[in-house]
Ligand binder design. Sequence first.
Ligand code: AMP
Length: 446
Amino acid sequence: MSTSEASEEKTFASLGIIEPLCKACEQCKYKTPTEIQAEAIPWALQGRDIIGLAQTGSGKTAAFALPILQALWEAPQSLFACVLAPTRELAYQISEAFNSLGSIIGVRCTVIIGGLDMMSQAIALSKKPHIIVATPGRLQDHLENTKGFSLRNLKYLVMDEADKLLDMDFGPMIDKILKVIPKERNTYLFSATMTTKVAKLQRASLTNPVKIEVSSKYSTVSTLLQYYLFFPFKHKDCYLVYLCNELAGNSIIIFTRTCNDTQRLALLLRNLGFPAIPLHGQLSQTKRLGSLNNFKAGNRNVLVATDVASRGLDIPLVDVVINFDIPTNSKDYIHRVGRTARAGRSGKSITLVTQYDVELYQRIEHVIGKKMDLFPIGSKDDVMLLQERVSEAQRIVTLEMKEQQHKKGSKRIKSEGNDDYDFRDREDRDIIQSNKLDNKSGHKNM
Ligand code: AMP
């Protein structure tokens, strides 16, 4: 992330942040405030409600976390602030930000999300954390069913990625939550876009807010190199494999439109020797976090994901984003490519375009206001050299997926609702057995 010209002179101290928290910023390697931080923090410290129109990658989490931590430091209290987030991963990420910025002042933060045990969450809540980061459904569940838990004394409410919260139909739950928290409170609402639904929520929940919008050119920062590749649909997998091979050694996220393709491509790439892992909404919470942690830790450097992963996740050091499918919503494109070229680093995005995608592709170019460059690759023949191996791997994967579907079907009769694809047992076997596309094809690393 680059800091804006306006904020270049500013420091966290000059925005009014107290010394221990400035130190925490230093420890997190935040040298200067980002634009959203420079704009929002002084208003927040004055006690104003805030609407922040900012993308992931802009530094918005610290823009709301720092003022909350500062207020907590000045008047410590349990159940001080509650942050609502649309996805479980984002909730974890926000809580990590609170922990790393707030450990210096001894903050206790709890994550309350669906898919995990209610009881252990109830125990965590009984320990009176300062900050709760929650998905709305599960928080509402605890408010209704967990004895002794209430947000009657809440001082701060944050709704992060409000557009996504409302798109995911969390609106009614948020309304219920708003009814049981004090009217006298500070509220911060962050959203990538101002939709009519967000405007309605804003009117219902904020008092005389300051609106801060950081320029949308942020979404495609200058350190991001945006490329496309155009080829016939039937060669899509082959081009993807070619790219993965060319980019071997980089950390890569491949975005697809469906859970099925996510699984299929993760298997295909593994079969060809790439350390790929899937991340999508049909995996259990534990597996999603496991995938993400493996990727974050660098154990696997190719993540194949649906848009579940495109928003709000802070995956450090992603070198390349590949759009295997073009997102139907151009704004999702911006969220996806926001996974790379963050915090001043450079990065690449490569969008795969076939004869069926031209219109969507043009729409995206229109939204980002620039033309993408053609990704430089060897000749088409170089790519086609891989076709045979890719076709073979496709056949194996189709069979494996059928087998898994079959197993899943019989498992489901025994235990309804377990939609997981079992990657765990396969993981090491795959990598070991992977018939790396060695020198037969004349290509490196495969
Ligand atoms: P966010 O938009 O909140 O998801 O933040 C994106 C990334 O920027 C995270 O990795 C943050 O740790 C990082 N970050 C936040 N504020 C700063 C800052 N002032 N300087 C450098 N990096 C930052």
